[in-house]
Design a binder for this molecule. Structure first.
Ligand code: NAP
Length: 465
């Protein structure tokens, strides 16, 4: 493989150079596909138990390297150390989970409509998988795809984000150390994202592309997949609402909103993007929420006491500034923050008097800005929450059980947190509806994306004596 060309990886916190990464080309991608395709028969022929054992060894190595991985992740993604350590644990948990699930890819024996036949549904590996992942979860978005693919018997090629190739390379090294064959798990770090994406979708040997990233790029991949009808799993953007009803425990709602808004400095797909509060508790909520946000400590993510770091890029910073400026021009008021604080840092911000026709209500903020809206009725809250093309995560706070169920069922989202704002776990299905994606990752459903169903009819069994 031509790995002579490299590109620089910089810290979003300081601009300092972290390291260089190999800059793979479209030609490298074709060679990787060749190798993966050649490795598929041997990999899928291994027993599920053998594949599980290798995954388990990889899991153990990831945890043994928890601290150095967290340091690299923190440096290249600007993620605070506590969250980076948490992501290593979360990401490793997918490897453990799918090592266990590998042994449970059951098929079916179907009651036959005729006595001389037996009918079976087998589940077999899809084939070569290409996975494209984002910078905001440099480890977990990889393991959430690689672990089920490997468990199912598929070779995988990972193309990580340009901003965070080093965590991806570390993970790959540990996988190979664990005994997972080099051609079965390959990583192509690159700055040529579109070229590699085009190679994956124009090569018929790639049977599946699993993508986590923006809805805009997801739509491009859907268009490109038409050529060979490549199977796609898409985990895309969100525009998460949180509904705080008048019967909610306001302190719990404040804590939940802070946690779900400011995680990774607002840069996760399930971060709260819109805060809807009933008019009767609106003022009380704003006071308590603003006081809580004021306590958030922003700074260099390598400092263990810091809670939020920088934004990933200058572009991200300008986007946040633009959304706040647009809201303020439309009549919103800054209750806290609202300023860039040097480098790629933006102060944790609370915006009030925000309206649903503003850009900030429609676009993914991906930054530390919480826009607060008021509502009058439950029906209005549901309508406002659903008034978006996205459908990934939504949250609600209420102490009325009937309302909790009613609203959870009415919210058009793939995931709903009731009186809980940090709900992601390996055992539950993660994914969105509408323009937030196709398919689910994690949980017992997470293997489905990497398995094809084959119907086998065994005939000629005769009628017996
Ligand atoms: P992005 O710009 O769509 O990039 C995601 C990945 O796609 C990166 O590896 C990127 O490479 C690559 N890419 C970009 N253009 C491409 C193209 N034309 N063809 C093939 N690959 C291409 O998204 P991002 O800014 O990194 O990530 C943030 C987005 O991801 C947000 O919208 C967030 O909500 C979403 N997200 C969703 C989930 C979920 O589970 N639903 C989880 C995390 C993040 P480069 O880095 O080289 O550009």
């Amino acid at each position: 493989m031509n790995t002579r060309a490299t590109f620089a990886v910089h810290e979003p916190a300081t601009g300092a150079l972290v390291d260089m990464a190999p800059n793979h080309t479209a030609q490298d991608a074709t060679q990787a596909i060749e190798r993966a395709h050649a490795a598929w028969p041997a990999w899928r022929s291994r027993t599920a138990g053998e594949r599980a054992k290798l995954l388990r060894a990889w899991h153990d190595l990831i945890l043994a390297h928890r601290e150095p991985i967290a340091v690299i992740m923190s440096r290249e993604a600007g993620k605070v150390m506590s969250e980076s350590r948490g992501e290593v644990d979360y990401g490793a948990a997918f490897v453990e989970w799918f090592a266990e699930e590998a042994r449970r890819t059951y098929g079916d024996v179907i009651p036959s409509p005729s006595p001389d036949r037996r009918l079976f549904a087998l589940r077999q590996s899809v084939g070569v998988v290409a996975a494209i992942t984002p910078w905001n979860f440099p480890l977990a978005m990889i393991t959430r795809k690689v672990a089920p693919a490997l468990a199912a018997g598929c070779p995988v090629i990972i193309k990580p984000a340009t901003e965070t190739p080093l965590t991806a390379l570390y993970l790959e090294r540990l996988a190979h150390e664990a005994g997972i064959p080099a051609d079965v798990y390959q990583t192509l770090t690159t700055t040529a994202n579109a070229e590699l994406g085009a190679v994956f979708l124009s090569d018929a040997r790639v049977r599946k592309v699993s993508f986590t990233g923006s809805t805009a790029v997801g739509k491009q991949l859907v268009a490109q997949s038409a050529q060979h009808l490549t199977k796609l799993s898409l985990e895309l953007g969100g525009n998460a609402p949180i509904l705080v009803f008048e019967d909610a425990d306001i302190d719990a709602a404040v804590r939940g909103t802070v946690a779900a808004k400011f995680r990774h400095n607002g840069q996760t797909c399930v971060c709260v993007n819109r805060v809807y509060v009933h008019e009767s508790v609106h003022e009380a909520f704003i006071d308590k929420f603003t006081a809580a946000v004021q306590q958030i400590r922003s700074g260099n993510p390598s400092d263990d006491t810091v809670q939020v770091g920088p934004l990933i890029s200058e572009r991200a910073l300008h986007k946040v500034e633009g959304l706040v400026a647009d809201a303020v021009a439309g009549g919103a008021r800054i209750a806290l923050g609202g300023v860039a604080t040097g480098g790629q840092y933006y102060a944790p911000t609370v915006l009030v008097d925000v309206r649903s026709d503003m850009r900030i209500a429609k676009e993914e903020v991906f930054g530390p800005v919480a826009p607060i809206y008021a509502f009058r009725t439950e029906a209005e809250a549901i309508a406002l929450a659903n008034d978006t093309s996205y459908g990934l995560a939504a949250y609600l706070y209420s102490s009325n059980q009937a309302r909790c169920w009613r609203v959870a069922e009415a919210l058009e989202y793939g995931m709903v947190g009731i009186n809980e704002s940090l709900m992601a776990t390996v055992v539950a299905p993660f994914g969105g509806i509408k323009e937030s994606g196709i398919g689910r990752e994690g949980s017992r459903y997470g293997m489905d994306a990497y398995l094809e169903m084959k119907y086998v009819c065994l005939g000629g069994l005769g009628w017996g004596d």
